[in-house]
Design a protein. Structure first.
Length: 345
């Protein structure tokens, strides 16, 4: 491989165009040489916008090119498994957009293929709670709240509240898979580095609008994903993490609350981290100290990884498998009823 990491893009949706492509193009020692999208015409538009030399209508031809070292898979989750497996089989390093896959079996196959080939494989991290994520981890490790007892993660939005609206993409099991409802996987991406993996989970869900139009002007289709979902994860040591998710809550909000024997942390997704300890009168702002701010550097880390440099061991395919295991256990609990033990067989 040359000193320059040559990258091909498979799937250039909104997130890819807003964040991934501009950042990849800014990484020293990286070059985006080709892009394949849903059609050649849409690939040509993306190529023109970002100055990419070669728009392509055939993603399989892209991953087979000898002048590409690595592939970013920016498609929706239903296509991740096929594209990642093909890229690894073609000898390409892979950066994949989260959600990793639509099932635990797919995720495990992707991890096994990456390990078999020895190629570098990473996931793009979530953007949720980005700014203070590292500081929260520091506070927890430093004993700010003491022993954690309960955690509540709320994702309360109104995206699905209009019962006359057509099926949205995050409600579509054909796109996200039946185990990827709402923002459950994204929130667990944030929570897992703080609290680890659960020993068992219990889930409840409800679909309030059971049928919707299949896209604008489409015919009716059954809604297979819950409009609201609550998952209780029992952690080692008997702490519980409760994820409360709803797409039908008017004027709801997104926040994480952490309660320990010695203190509390409250982190609104669009607000300031707050905290208090035993003896304090009320929650107070906890500004993130210099040096503990979390910044987005997924593209730079991936390019450095491909070049053989040392980078933090996070957002790996193994992390993705653990996330998918939590999601699949939650889905099993939802359909079967009762607690589901982890790890899954």
């Amino acid at each position: 491989m040359s000193d320059t990491v040559r990258i091909g893009i498979v799937g250039a949706g909104g997130f890819t165009r807003r964040r991934m492509l501009p950042n990849l193009l800014a990484v020293e020692g990286a070059e985006v040489v080709a892009v394949a999208n849903r059609s050649l015409e849409s690939a040509e538009r993306v190529a023109a916008e970002f100055g990419i030399p070669d728009p392509m209508g055939d993603w399989q031809a892209l991953v087979a090119r000898d002048d590409i070292d690595a592939v970013f898979v920016g498609t929706q989750p239903y296509f991740h498994h096929e594209a990642v497996m093909a890229a690894l089989d073609a000898g390409k390093h892979v950066l994949c957009q989260t959600r990793m896959a639509t099932s635990l079996a797919q995720a495990r196959e992707m991890l096994a293929k990456a390990e078999e080939t020895g190629l570098k494989a990473r996931l793009a991290p979530p953007t949720s709670y980005e700014r203070a994520r590292r500081y929260v981890k520091h506070l927890l490790d430093d004993g700010y709240v003491g022993t954690v007892r309960q955690v509540f993660a709320y994702y309360l939005v109104s995206d699905y509240a209009d019962g006359s609206a057509p099926l949205q993409r995050r409600q579509d099991h054909r796109v996200f898979g039946a185990v990827n409802p709402l923002h459950l996987g994204l929130d667990w991406d944030v929570l897992r580095p703080w609290f680890g993996d659960p020993e068992r989970v219990l889930a409840w869900g409800r679909t309030f609008i059971p049928r919707r139009a299949d896209g604008p002007g489409g015919g009716p289709i059954d809604v297979e994903m819950p409009d609201a979902l609550t998952v209780v994860a029992e952690m080692p040591g008997w702490a519980t993490v409760t994820c409360v998710q709803s797409g039908v809550t008017l004027f709801g909000e997104e926040r994480i609350e952490i309660y320990g024997e010695e203190g509390t942390l409250v982190y609104p997704r669009r607000g300031e981290l707050m905290g208090a300890r035993v003896g304090d009168e009320a929650l107070a702002p906890l500004p993130v100290p210099a040096g503990l701010e979390e910044t987005w550097h997924a593209e730079e880390d991936f390019v450095r990884l491909v070049r053989g440099e040392d980078v933090p061991e996070n957002d790996t395919f193994l992390d993705g498998v653990r996330n998918m295991e939590f999601l699949e256990a939650s889905a099993l609990s939802l359909t079967r009823g009762g607690w589901v033990d982890l790890p899954l067989p």
